[in-house]
Ligand binder design. Sequence first.
Ligand SMILES: Cc1cc2nc3c(=O)[nH]c(=O)nc-3n(C[C@H](O)[C@H](O)[C@H](O)COP(=O)(O)OP(=O)(O)OC[C@H]3O[C@@H](n4cnc5c(N)ncnc54)[C@H](O)[C@@H]3O)c2cc1C
Length: 563
Amino acid sequence: MNFDAIVVGSGISGGWVAKELCERGLKTLVIERGRHVEHRTDYQDFATPWEVPHRGRVPQEEINEHYAIQSQCHAFNSATRQWWVRDSEHPYATPKDRPFSWIRGYHLGGRSITWGRQTYRMSDVDFTANKLDGNGIDWPIRYADLSPWYDRVARFAGISGAIEGLDHLPDGPFLPPLELNCVELEFKRRTEALRPSRRVTVGRCAHLTEPTPEHTALGRGPCQMRGVCERGCGYGAYFSSLSATLPAAKRTGNLTVVTDAIVERLDYDHAKRRVSGVRVIDAKTGQGRSYQARMVFVCASTIGTAQILLSSRSEWFPNGLANASGALGRYLMDHVFGIGARGTHPGFLDRYYYGRRPTGFYVPRYLNTTERTDVDFVRGFGFQGYSERSTWHRGAQQAGIGADFKRQMRTPGRWEMKLVGFGEMLPRAENRVTLDTRRNDKWGIPLVHIECTHSDNERRLAERANQDAVQMLQDAGFENVTALGAPRAPGSAVHEMGTARMGHDPKTSVLNGHNQAHDVPNLFITDGSCMVSTGSVNPSLTYMALSARAANYAADLMGSGDL
Ligand SMILES: Cc1cc2nc3c(=O)[nH]c(=O)nc-3n(C[C@H](O)[C@H](O)[C@H](O)COP(=O)(O)OP(=O)(O)OC[C@H]3O[C@@H](n4cnc5c(N)ncnc54)[C@H](O)[C@@H]3O)c2cc1C
C-alpha cells in the first residue's frame, strides 16, 4: 500500500500528527514498536481494590529483576505494571556516577495512558529566555505562532482550568475548573494575601469536566473522579491517544496502524535529499521490512527519536541523519524534580472533600517574572500541590493489624499538604544521548548511552525552591514542615526533551521553526526532541500544539507540491 505519510510512535505527539494528517486527507501509517492496546477492555480501571495484586505493590524481587528504573515513577504499581517497559529487556547505559532515569512504556498510545495530564501553556517568558540570558539558542517561534494551535488542541483534548489572566501562564478555552478543597483554599487565601505576586490556581488538566459534542462524538464521557487514571480510563474522560486522537484519525478512513514494529533506521536518498524508507524489525519474529511514504514524522519520544536518527548513519550523514549541525542527541533536558516541601495543618478537622479529584493546585512561576528579586540563578520554577487527609488518603497502602490499627483506620487523620517543584533546566551541549558502540539490544540495535547532569544553576534554583516551599507552608499555618531535599536524577520528572532542537540556524539546530529537518525536507520531528528550552511548565500540551502545527504545515507543503 502507498502512504502519503509515516508517523513513528503513537504517543501524545504521534497521535496528534496522525489525527491532523488523516483529517487533511493524507493516507497515514503509524508505526508503533509496542503491542496493540484496545481502549477500554485492556485497562484495569474497574478492578476493585481487593482484585489488584498485592494491594498495588509489586513484589520487591520483581522490581529488582525487571523494573529497577521504572519503579521510581510514582505511577508504577501492580495495576499499571503493563504500561512500563521491563528494564531487563530494554537496557540503556549511563556513567555509573551520573544516573539518568529513562521512564517509558512501549505500547499503542505510549505514555499518553500513564501521564499526569497537567496541561499548561508556555509563554513569551519562555520563548524569549534563551535569547535574553544567552543560555542556549533562540527559539525560532514566539507565543503568537503557537497560540492558535494551543487553542485548537485544548478544545479537542478538553482542558479543565480557571481563567487567571496571567501573561506568563496564558489561559485557554477551558472546560469548567475542578474545585480546591478547604485547606487548599486557605493556602490560596493566605499565600496571595501575603505575596500578591504568587498565584494559587486549581490545576489545569486534560479531563472532561463537561464534555462538548466534539468529545462525545468520539465516545468520551465526563470524569468520574475515581482517581485511578494511570490504569487507563474506560470512560475516555482524560485525553490519551487511545481515547481521542487515534479514534479521530481512524474515522477518516485514512489511518493504518502497525504495532510490534520497531523502527530501526531511516534510509536516505541523497540525490533527492529525502528520507526514502523506514526500516522496521518485527518485535515478535525479528524479521526486517521497510515502508515508504512521501514524508516521515518521527515521534518516538525524545530519546527514542535520537536513537533512530543516530542509527540512521550514511555516507552523507556519518553522525546521524539530519545531523549536519552536530546538535542531534545533545542539549538533553528534563525538569528539576524532587524538590519542594510538605507539612501538616492543625485545623479543619471537621472537614472533608468529595471524590478523588484528578488534579491539585498550581503555583505558576513567580521568580524572574512577577517577582524580580536578586537571585543567583536564571529562570525559575512552579509548584504543583495538593492537600489530603493523611490516613484515609493512604488507605489500602497502610500495613497493620489489631484493634489499634482498626481505630486508626476509622479516623481520617490530619490534613497534609505537599508542594512539588518543577524547575527549569538549561540546555547544555554535554548533556547528550549517543549510541553505545559495543552493545546492542536483543534486536541488534545499538543501546542508547545517556549522559546528563545538573549544573550549578539547577542546584541553586532547587535550593531556592525548597526554601520558598517551606516558607510558604509555614506562612499559611502549616506545622511539621520539611523540605523535600536535593533534586532527583535527571529524567525523574519524565519530561525529557531537547535532542533535536529547533532553531533559526542550520549550523546549530536540527529543525526549523516548523519542526522540519533543515537538512532533509521530508523529515519532521514533533516530540520533545524539538524543544529549545524547558520552561517551567509540564511540556506535553506544547508537544501537542507543535505537532498539530507541523502536521498542517507539512500537509500544506504537500498540497502545493513543495514536498
Ligand atoms: C507518570 C507520568 C506522569 C506524567 N505527567 C505529565 C503531566 O502531568 N503533564 C505533561 O505534560 N507530561 C507528563 N508526562 C510526560 C508525558 O507523558 C510525555 O511528555 C509525553 O507522553 C511525550 O509524548 P511523546 O509522543 O513524545 O512520547 P510517548 O508518549 O512516550 O510516545 C512515544 C511512542 O513511540 C514509540 N516508540 C519509541 N521508539 C520507537 C521505535 N524505535 N519504533 C516505533 N515506535 C517507537 C513508543 O513505544 C511510544 O508509544 C508524564 C509521564 C509519566 C510517565
